[in-house]
Design a protein. Structure first.
Length: 488
C-alpha cells in the first residue's frame, strides 16, 4: 500500500479541528486528539479550529462547553477559531448551526440520496440480533427503502415517526488517504445505510460532523482508530455532496497495560483524575505526545513536540499503551525542573486541602520547603505529607524506633546528641562534632543521622541534614532533639 505525502498544498491553507462533544468530562482520549490536532496545526503553520458538537441536548454534560474551554486553557492548548474567539465559519457550536444542516439535508433529499426509515429501535435490534445469529454482518436491510409511495404516504398520514437514511451505492469503492496507513480502500457492500437525522428532528454525528468539516474547509482530520468505520460512511457523503475529502490520521486507540481499551475503571482516564492527583499539564501533554513513538529525549515541552513530532513518518499501529508508572516518571521529571514559584501556583490547591497552615507562612519560606522535596516527588499530592514536619511536631514512638535500633545503640546516640547539642547554633560544627564522636564510639554514621532525622521530621529518610537544620531553624531543631532524647 503506497503512502502519500501528507502535505500537497500550501501549509497556510491547512485547516484542522478538535470537535469534542460536551457529553462527559474530558478524558485522555479527548486530550490526545486535541494535542495532535494542535501540534499538527502549529508545525504546519495551519489553522486550528475548536468546534463543540452539542447536537444531543439530552446528553449534554457541559452546556456551552465551559469545562472543555477551561480544560484546554489549563493544558495551554490554544485554538485559532472557535467559541469566544469567533472566526469566519462561526458559529462554532453545532446547536446553533441547525439551518445549515436542514439546507444540506434538503439538498440530498432533492438529489434522491435519502429515504425515510420508519423502523423502531426495537425492530432494528431484533433484525440485528437475527443477523448476528446467522453469522451475517449486521446492517440495515433496507426495509423502508423498498416501501411503495402509497405505504409511505399512509405512514406519514398516521404521523409515524421516521428518520432520514443515506442510501449507499453498494457497488462503490471508497478510498481514504491516511497519514499512517496510506491509501485505504473499502467496498461499500460491507457497510450499512446510516441515519442522518433522529426522530426528534435533530441530526446525527455522522451528518453534522461531515457537513461542518466541509463548510469549515477542513483539510485534515485527526481522530481515533475507532472512527475508521465512520470515516468510510462519511467519505461517501463527501462524494455525493461533491466535496473534497480531507486527509485523515486514525490514531491508535489508547489501551491499558493489559491491552484493553482505556475506560473509566482505569486511573487517569479522566483529566480530573490526573488534575486531582497532582499531575502537571506539561507532563500530561508530554506523556501523551511520546507514547507510541520513539524519541531520544523523552522530556519534551509543547514547543519541542511541535518542532520534532514526525508527522511525515507516522508509524502504523492499532493501539498505544497507557502506563501510569511511566506517566508518573514524566511528571516527576517535570516537577523536578519546574520553576519553584510557578510550581507553587499548581501546588496551592493541594496545600489548601491537606496542609492549610502552609499557606500562612511567608512565600519565600514555602518555596524553600518546596525546593527541599522537588527532586523526590512524583505528584503534587505528595508534597503535603512531606512538608508536614515543618508545621506539626512529629510523634515519636519508642516501639517503632526499637524496630530499627538496639537499645544500647540508642543510648550511645542519645549521648552523642546531648553532648553536642549546644553547638547546634552552627549546624556544620554540630555535624562535624557528632561525626567525630560517632567514629570514636564505633557508631555507624548512617544510624546516627537516621535517628536525628526521626527526631526532626519523624522519618529515618528525607532531606539532607544541613537542609533540615536550615529550614527548621536552630531553636526548633534543638527542642525536637532534646524531646527525642527524653522520650527514648
Amino acid at each position: 500500500m503506497k503512502k502519500q505525502r501528507i502535505i500537497n498544498m500550501k501549509e497556510s491553507d491547512i485547516r484542522i479541528r478538535f470537535a469534542p462533544a460536551p457529553t462527559g468530562a474530558m478524558h485522555l482520549g479527548n486530550i490526545r486528539t486535541a494535542l495532535f490536532n494542535y501540534l499538527f496545526s502549529k508545525q504546519k503553520n495551519g489553522t486550528f479550529v475548536l468546534r463543540i458538537e452539542d447536537t444531543d441536548p439530552e446528553r449534554n454534560f457541559d452546556p456551552d462547553g465551559i469545562q472543555i474551554l477551561s480544560d484546554l486553557n489549563w493544558l495551554s492548548i490554544s485554538y485559532d477559531e472557535g467559541p469566544i474567539k469567533g472566526g469566519p465559519c462561526a458559529p462554532y457550536f453545532q446547536s446553533k448551526r441547525t439551518n445549515l444542516y436542514k439546507e444540506r439535508l434538503q439538498e440530498l433529499i432533492d438529489k434522491g440520496y435519502l429515504y425515510r426509515c420508519f423502523c423502531s429501535k426495537e425492530e432494528l435490534e431484533k433484525r440485528r440480533t437475527r443477523q448476528l445469529a446467522l453469522k451475517k454482518p449486521p446492517r440495515y436491510d433496507r426495509t423502508c427503502f423498498n416501501l411503495s409511495q402509497e405505504e409511505i404516504d399512509e405512514k406519514l398520514k398516521n404521523k409515524a415517526p421516521f428518520i432520514w437514511r443515506l442510501k449507499l451505492d453498494y457497488d462503490a469503492t471508497i478510498e481514504i488517504n491516511d497519514l499512517a496507513h496510506g491509501n485505504i480502500k473499502a467496498n461499500l457492500e460491507n457497510f450499512s445505510d446510516f441515519p442522518l437525522s433522529r426522530q426528534n428532528g435533530t441530526f446525527t454525528f455522522m451528518f453534522t460532523n461531515c457537513i461542518d468539516d466541509i463548510q469549515m474547509k477542513m483539510t485534515h482530520v485527526i481522530r481515533g482508530e475507532d472512527h475508521l468505520t465512520n470515516t468510510v460512511g462519511q467519505a461517501y457523503l463527501y462524494k455525493v455532496l461533491d466535496a473534497p475529502l480531507p486527509t485523515f490520521w486514525h490514531m491508535p486507540i489508547l489501551c491499558n497495560v493489559d491491552g484493553k481499551k482505556l475506560s473509566k475503571r482505569d486511573f487517569g482516564f479522566s483529566l480530573n483524575d490526573l488534575k486531582n492527583a497532582g499531575f502537571l499539564p506539561e507532563a500530561i501533554l508530554n506523556y501523551l505526545g511520546i507514547i507510541g513513538s520513539s524519541f531520544d529525549q523523552e522530556i519534551l515541552s509543547l514547543e519541542e513536540l511541535i518542532k520534532i513530532y514526525p508527522f511525515d513518518h507516522i508509524r502504523s499501529a492499532n493501539q498505544a499503551k497507557y502506563d501510569v508508572d511511566k506517566l508518573k516518571w514524566v511528571n516527576h521529571k517535570w516537577i523536578a525542573q519546574y520553576n519553584p514559584k510557578e510550581l507553587l501556583k499548581h501546588l496551592k490547591p493541594f496545600l489548601e486541602k491537606d496542609l492549610p497552615q502552609a499557606l500562612l507562612i511567608a512565600e519565600n519560606k514555602l518555596i524553600d520547603l518546596i525546593q527541599l522535596f522537588q527532586q523526590d516527588v512524583s505528584t503534587l499530592e505528595e508534597f503535603a505529607s512531606k512538608m508536614e514536619f515543618y508545621f506539626i511536631e512529629p510523634k515519636i514512638s519508642k516501639q517503632e524506633i526499637l524496630q530499627l535500633f538496639e537499645q544500647e545503640q540508642i543510648e550511645k546516640i542519645k549521648g552523642i546528641i546531648l553532648s553536642n547539642i549546644q553547638s547546634l547554633g552552627d549546624p556544620q560544627t554540630f555535624l562535624d562534632s557528632i561525626k567525630k564522636e560517632a567514629k570514636e564510639k564505633n557508631i555507624k554514621l548512617g544510624s546516627l543521622l537516621q535517628l536525628i532525622r526521626i527526631g526532626l521530621i519523624g522519618k529515618p529518610k528525607g532531606p539532607g541534614m544541613l537542609d533540615l537544620f536550615n529550614i527548621l531553624e536552630i531553636e526548633k531543631c534543638r527542642n525536637r532533639l532534646q524531646k527525642l532524647c527524653s522520650e527514648l
